[in-house]
Every structure is written in structure tokens, then in C-alpha cells.
Design a protein around this ligand. Structure first.
Ligand code: CUA
Length: 330
């Protein structure tokens, strides 16, 4: 019996991520600057709002206590001063201040797109998942980005289809992934933790289910992860896994997915070389459990309508074997 599938990302956020995905909970130098800018703009906006409300209330109160005749004489010069001061000079001063504060805060936040060193990580947006490549180490993975705490990494952003946008609220503001273009961002984390990133540009039906898990870890843990992730998949360790690998090829999975160390080399879907070690399935849509994997393989469209992964017509024994094999790919 397959366990009933539970859909819904929000209730699982607490379990999956160490921090709320909020710009107010900053965990990198860039995010601290953005949070300070946000706080400043919020305070300035609140002050302006309260002043305007105060003036409005005063005007209403005065009108009510006056004779009530609206067709009176032209406003006095005194009132013209209010219009010019409050309607022209004050907004120019406030908006200029906001503009300068924003420029100062954002200066140096972006990364140079030209003449810069090669990227540490390449992130490629797909409908609706993230391909993550570490070109120097030769690591390819999906929907999970690892980085060392305290060392900024240079990330190159590409798209395989439409415009996406990468946003890690705790670590970095949004940068678009645009087809035919290479954008860059710098990612850094002050503290180890698991952070949630989200596609922030509407990119089709499953835009909301395009989450990325960002794992910041101590440099020794990170180095171990890289060492492990660059290894090819282990060969099947038992007869069930061998049957599962055969079923994986028999059901054409290899046309879309890569498993390094085997002849499966498809690029249309996520690299599955170490799928068993990942936390989520379908770009942060489901926890990586046996039941969810079974539901996902047999009917992806039910869990993520519009998903590019076709349903696989597979008998129960083969499905079980495929899952056993995939889960062995730690
Ligand atoms: Cu990708 Cu929205």
C-alpha cells in the first residue's frame, strides 16, 4: 500500500529550513545592508504617512468648524505656501534622500558581469527546477546549493527556457536568470544553516513550486560534501538495486536524467547521481521519502500539475525496484 500523499509546502517549511525565508532575518553582509535599507524606507514611509494623515485631519477639522461655504474667496498666500512646500519641495527632498540612501546601500551589491573571475557555481533555471553546477569540482546537482560559511561564492545565472529569478531572502536580493544572457550574483552566509530560496519571476504554472534549498556549512563539512558529490554513483549493491537500475533504463528515464557512472546522460531533467542524499523532490515541493518518490514517478502531474516529467507506466514491482535503486544513490 502506498502511503497517502500530502501536498503543501508551507507546513513543512519549519521542518525543512533553519530560518524563516525573510529579508528581516538577514544572515549575510548583503542581506544586512538590504534589511537596513528596508527598515529605513519603512520608517521614512511611516513618518510621511502619519504627517499626511495629520494634515488631512487638520484640514477636515478646520473645514467643519468654518462657515461651511465652499465657494468662498481664493486661498490666501499662506495656503499657497502649504501647497508648494508640502506638495513640491518636501516630496523632492524626501525622494532625493530615499534615492541617495538606496544608491549607497546597493553600491557593490551586484557582481560584475564582464571581466570577472570565472564563477564558482553556475545556476541554470528550468521550468520548474534548478540545475546547480560546480565547474571546477565537476559536480552537478539539482535544487540544492551548498556553500561554505564565511566565503563569498560567485554565482553565474543562466536560463534554459524562460526568465526566472533567484531570491534567497536571508542571504541575497533577487537577480534574474535570462535566456541567452549570463548574470552574476555573490552568495555568502554568516552562519551555517539551511535557507530557502525561491524563484521570484513568474515563469509558468509551477512558478510557486520552484524552490531551492541553500545549505551553508562549515568549510570542512563543505569540502567533504564536494568530495562526495563529485564521485560517480555507486554501482547497484544488491539484486533489487540491479533490477531497479535495469527498470530505470527500460522505462526511458535515462533519456532525461543523468546518473554519472552509468550510461544515463539526459540533460532535460535533474541529475540523479546522488538523488538519495537530497532533502526534497520536485524543487522543494515534496520531502524526499519513499512514498513521495513513488507518487512522483508514477504521476508527477498530480503533485505538480504541468510538470515536464511525463508519468511513467510501470508495474508495482518495477516501481519498487526503481525507488530502491534511486534511494541507494546517496
Ligand atoms: Cu522560475 Cu518562477
Amino acid at each position: 500500500m502506498m502511503t497517502p500523499l500530502k501536498i503543501g509546502v508551507m507546513p513543512q517549511l519549519r521542518a525543512w529550513y533553519d530560518r524563516d525565508p525573510s529579508v528581516w532575518d538577514a544572515a549575510s553582509p548583503h542581506a544586512h545592508r538590504l534589511a537596513s535599507l528596508g527598515a529605513g524606507l519603512t520608517i521614512a514611509g511611516t513618518v510621511v504617512f502619519l504627517v499626511v494623515l495629520g494634515i488631512l485631519a487638520t484640514a477636515l477639522w478646520r473645514r467643519r468648524t468654518a462657515s461651511g461655504d465652499l465657494s468662498g474667496p481664493a486661498p490666501a498666500a499662506n495656503e499657497h505656501r502649504w501647497v508648494i512646500g508640502g506638495g513640491l519641495i518636501l516630496p523632492v527632498l524626501v525622494l532625493t534622500g530615499v534615492f541617495i540612501a538606496t544608491l549607497v546601500s546597493l553600491r557593490g551589491l551586484g557582481a560584475d558581469d564582464d571581466g570577472a573571475p570565472p564563477p564558482d557555481i553556475i545556476v541554470i533555471g528550468h521550468q520548474w527546477w534548478w540545475e546547480i553546477r560546480y565547474p571546477v569540482a565537476g559536480v552537478v546537482t539539482a535544487n540544492e546549493l551548498h556553500l561554505p560559511v564565511g566565503s563569498p561564492v560567485r554565482v553565474e545565472l543562466q536560463s534554459a527556457d524562460v526568465i526566472h529569478s533567484l531570491w534567497v531572502p536571508n542571504l541575497e536580493g533577487k537577480t534574474d536568470l535570462i535566456p541567452g544572457q549570463r548574470n552574476h550574483m555573490t552568495l555568502a552566509a554568516d552562519t551555517a544553516g539551511v535557507y530557502r530560496a525561491q524563484c521570484a519571476e513568474f515563469c509558468g504554472l509551477q512558478h510557486a513550486h520552484m524552490a531551492l534549498t541553500v545549505i551553508a556549512e562549515d568549510s570542512s563539512v563543505y569540502a567533504r560534501w564536494v568530495q562526495h558529490a563529485k564521485q560517480p554513483a555507486p554501482p547497484p549493491a544488491d539484486p533489487a538495486a540491479t533490477r531497479g537500475q535495469a527498470a530505470f533504463f527500460a522505462h526511458s528515464c535515462a533519456f532525461c536524467h543523468t546518473i554519472r557512472g552509468t550510461s544515463a546522460g539526459g540533460r532535460a531533467g535533474p541529475d540523479l547521481t546522488h538523488l538519495g542524499g537530497r532533502r526534497t523532490l520536485a524543487a522543494g515541493t515534496l520531502t524526499n521519502t519513499t512514498g513521495n518518490l513513488a507518487g512522483w514517478i508514477s504521476n508527477p502531474d498530480r503533485l505538480k500539475p504541468g510538470s515536464k516529467m511525463p508519468p511513467i507506466a510501470v508495474d508495482a514491482a518495477s516501481l519498487q525496484a526503481i525507488i530502491h535503486y534511486l534511494e541507494s544513490l546517496k
